[in-house]
Design a binder for this molecule. Structure first.
Ligand SMILES: [Zn+2]
Length: 435
């Protein structure tokens, strides 16, 4: 009897290990383009290109002089999968980020907006009279507007952060005589019919070409081309705010360790949302947590979930079961509560999938930094699709454990995803919604 038990447990632990190894191999294989010298080089030239543009922006509009260009997003977090195709930066506005420059208002102001009712949103007032004078054209009813379109008039649009990005690009193009095929709408976008603008050039072969730029309110997106890859670059303007206690209570965090990390950092970032509403973000703490602090097994699970999610998204492009952000929140929740001693992907994945099922069924997934902010509503059209993916994850594991070879794993993933999408009738959902 004892011997049989021993065998059983031995058997299950090795199938655990084999499955964990398969997931790890799959993720590594999906990251082979990300962890490479070429990717490092791309990250570096993209960053330098952003500096070229922002230098020109501050010449045109000194108010938008930046003190920091923060590298955020999954590449810098170390969780990017698939292709090296996007980078995110937060552009910190120097003058407004000085200590005491602004103060915040959590209550809806006279310029009322629905967004402010969401937890984690604030409005910003400028502190001293000099600053008020200087930023006058960016203030409405005493509140700072988020460097973006507030009213649909030409005058407003030309004063926004994104439109200065476009203007800067236009000027660079003119000085370089590379504006022949440029199509330019000062308010919202510009693109090249063919060719593009050389932003950086080390040699004839090593050129960063700008193909397009678009103001999306509140962010601005550049499309660059380098070494045969097309890269989308997201720029969002932000204000660093050092009175963290004004907008953060440790009790809002799901965990003391996370709360301490927010407080230790000593500042948070306010990112423009809409009109005069800004979002309180903990981006830097989050990036650091995902990069250095989350358990390696949980980080692997996060990337595996993103990979499976991307397969679902490929089949029904208009809908994805979960956003990457939701998956990240789930993995942080699990990381905080995980008590498994010898963590393996196999063991922790089961728990993560169960946790996700709970969240989906209860329609409640809290933001780990602000528990008043929740995602996943039960009656969302996507909720059934989410359960599909969770079933898919379980089925994939069941099959893979039976025959743990890499070739079979790839085949099973593809088959299960395709089969499970068939059980979800998107057209029926669509007509129910519309009807
Ligand atoms: Zn775990």
């Amino acid at each position: 009897m004892a011997a049989k038990l021993l065998n059983d447990s031995k058997g299950s632990s090795s199938s655990d290990e084999l499955f964990s190894h398969l997931v790890e191999q799959r993720v590594l294989s999906d990251r082979r383009n990300i962890i490479s010298d070429r990717a490092d080089k791309i990250a570096e030239v993209v960053y330098r290109s952003v500096i070229v543009i922002l230098d020109k922006v501050s010449e045109l509009e000194p108010r938008f002089t930046v003190s920091e260009i923060l590298k955020v997003g999954s590449y810098f977090e170390g969780t990017k999968i698939d292709k090296i195709d996007e980078f995110d930066f937060l552009v910190v506005i120097k003058e407004l980020s000085k200590s005491g420059a602004i103060h915040i208002n959590k209550m809806p102001g006279p310029y009322y907006e629905g967004y402010l009712k969401e937890p984690g949103m604030v409005q910003i007032k400028l502190q001293d009279d000099d600053l008020k004078m200087k930023w006058k054209k960016y203030v409405v009813d005493n509140f700072l507007i988020g460097f973006q379109q507030l009213r649909d008039t030409h005058k407003w649009r030309q004063n926004m952060f994104g439109s200065f990005v476009l203007e800067s690009i236009k000027i660079i193009a003119k000085t370089k005589h590379e504006w022949k095929d440029l199509v330019f709408d000062p308010g919202s976008n510009m693109f090249y019919y063919r060719g593009g603008l050389t932003l950086l050039s080390n040699s004839g072969f090593e050129r960063v070409i700008l193909k397009a730029a678009e103001v999306r309110h509140p962010n601005t997106v550049l499309v660059l081309e380098y070494d045969g890859s097309e890269i989308s670059v997201d720029l969002s303007s932000a204000i660093r705010y050092d009175r963290v206690e004004d907008c953060f209570e440790a009790g809002d965090c799901v965990d003391e360790r996370l709360a301490a990390a927010v407080l230790d950092r000593g500042s948070i970032l306010l990112v423009a949302k809409q009109g005069t509403t800004f979002r309180i973000t903990f981006t830097e703490t989050e990036v650091k947590f995902m990069r250095d602090e989350i358990h390696g097994v949980h980080k692997l699970i996060y990337m595996y979930l993103k990979y499976i999610k991307s397969l679902y998204a490929k089949i029904i492009p208009v809908q994805q079961p979960f956003s990457s952000y939701m998956l990240k929140m789930v993995c942080i929740h699990h990381d905080i509560r995980c008590t498994t001693e010898n963590k393996t992907v196999a063991k922790c994945l089961d728990e993560v999938v169960d946790l996700m099922t709970d969240y989906c069924e209860n329609g409640d997934l809290q933001n780990v930094f602000n528990t008043r902010l929740t995602y996943l509503k039960i009656y969302d059209t996507e909720s059934e699709y989410r359960l599909c993916m969770l079933d898919g994850l379980r089925t994939i594991k069941e099959f893979a454990v039976e025959n743990p070879t890499e070739a079979y794993f790839i085949e099973v993933i593809q088959d299960v995803v395709e089969q499970s999408v068939k059980t979800y009738d998107i057209s029926r959902k669509y007509f129910l919604e519309v009807g």
